[in-house]
Design a binder for this molecule. Structure first.
Ligand code: UD1
Ligand code: UDP
Length: 371
């Protein structure tokens, strides 16, 4: 086989974490693949943290991030930047991940130059185009353009079959988030947060960033958190605060000044995984954390009204609780007070595979080129 040029495009923290194992796997075959790592830097600092942990050095960096950027800003700047790179480099395939605006714009830019597209973490759906916004539309649009679909589970495969995608173009891989965990597990990690939380019985790990939760929903959750901390002296809450200025302002305004609510900068992913492994409950609106926490046997309360990851609901590792203050408060109380309910959630099986998703992805790419 002639050497193939693979453009791996990503821009945000979660895409980087989940694409890093694919890059590492492709790198094992230098005779077969030339890899172009193209970062849009839709995120800057949070992306660079991941590149550092995985020791990845981008071939191209579009550096598009602007403070409080709009969705159009990202789309236009990514498309224009990629147009030039794709015209010069003519990759044989472009890989995109998930549902960010970087991924959508990259898929569209690749399509315009008739470059085959591989979609990693394809097939997730809520079928409500405003929930999550704009991710649900992004992933549906990407799946309309893609040529290969790397789906994490059988259920995501069935979503695509129902949308008349060809079975031969779909491969069930597990989620590369689990591969990333295998990687960070090998690293030796030190951080003062890890010492601080050791002094408490139970750590609640909180992350929140979704656009549809900006404002009132976030306020409701923060109020519930304060009540829990006031009523449980053995509980500490750790919140690495997303760098979105909207989240930063509200978290600092409502949660700072309490010695058992530890606000931190975003943590490097190896440190974050270690904190996760020491946590008792995860409270989050993140997509990736719904996949990672079950791998550490940690129950997840999902701060959204819907999830595109129903596998975790079926397995029993997730509970979708929304953002209403009383509901959030009661749901945490229940897990803190009932060992039976806690054990049931924490002992459920992780539905996202055993950490070889990237191997399966690269095997399928290989087949694509010898078809
Ligand atoms: C984006 C994705 C979302 C994903 C999330 C992961 C879109 C539309 N949204 O949302 O799907 O779940 O990333 O975190 O693709 N900022 C910094 N430094 C950083 C990162 C962000 O300062 O390293 C600030 C900037 O002011 C930026 C703002 O955060 O304008 C928002 O970033 P953006 O990528 O637009 O949205 P997210 O909420 O991060
Ligand atoms: N994460 C991290 N540092 C943090 C918080 C999260 O490395 O301080 C990782 C986490 O392990 C997961 C990913 O970031 O892999 C989730 O990213 P985010 O919540 O920003 O995006 P989403 O998954 O919702 O798209």
């Amino acid at each position: 086989m002639m050497k193939k040029k693979i453009g791996v495009v990503f821009g945000t923290r979660p895409e980087a974490i989940k694409m890093a194992p694919v890059i590492k796997e492709l790198e094992k075959y230098p005779d077969q693949y030339e890899i172009l790592v193209i970062v849009t830097a839709q995120h800057r600092e949070m992306l660079d943290q991941v590149l550092h942990v995985f020791d990845i050095h981008p071939t191209y960096d579009l550096n598009v991030m602007r403070p409080k950027q709009s969705l159009s800003d990202i789309t236009v700047n990514v498309m224009k930047g990629l147009e030039e790179i794709f015209m010069d480099e003519k990759p044989d395939m472009v890989l995109v991940h998930g549902d960010t605006t970087t991924s959508f714009a990259a898929a569209l830019a690749a399509y315009y130059q008739q470059i085959p597209i591989g979609h990693v973490e394809a097939g997730l759906r809520t079928y409500d185009k405003y929930f999550p916004f704009p991710e649900e539309a992004n992933r549906q649009l990407i799946d309309n353009l893609a040529d290969l679909f790397f789906v994490p589970t059988e259920l995501t495969k069935s979503n695509l079959l129902n949308e008349n995608k060809l079975e031969s173009e779909i491969v069930v891989t597990g989620n590369t988030a689990i591969d990333a965990i295998q990687y960070t597990k090998q690293l030796s990690v030190k951080h003062e947060l890890l010492n601080t939380i050791q002094a408490y019985d139970k750590t609640i790990l909180l992350t929140m960033h979704r656009r549809e939760n900006h404002g009132e929903p976030m306020k409701q959750v923060f109020k519930a958190i304060k009540r829990i901390v006031d009523e449980h002296e053995d509980v500490v809450v750790v919140m690495p605060v997303h760098l979105s200025p909207v989240v930063q302002e509200l978290a600092k305004d409502m949660l700072s000044g309490n010695e058992r609510i530890l606000l931190s900068d975003p943590l490097e992913v190896d440190v974050f995984h270690k904190v996760l492994s020491k946590s008792y409950i995860v409270l989050t609106d993140s997509g990736g954390l719904q996949e990672e926490a079950p791998a550490f046997d940690i129950p997840v309360l999902v701060l959204r009204d819907k999830t595109e990851r129903p596998e975790g609901l079926t397995a029993g590792t997730l509970k979708v609780i929304g953002t209403d203050e009383e509901k959030v408060y009661q749901s945490i109380e229940q897990l803190l007070n009932s060992q039976v309910i806690y054990d049931k959630m924490s002992r459920a099986n992780n539905p996202y595979g055993d950490g070889i998703a990237s191997v399966t992805i690269v095997e399928r790419i290989q087949k694509y080129f010898i078809k």
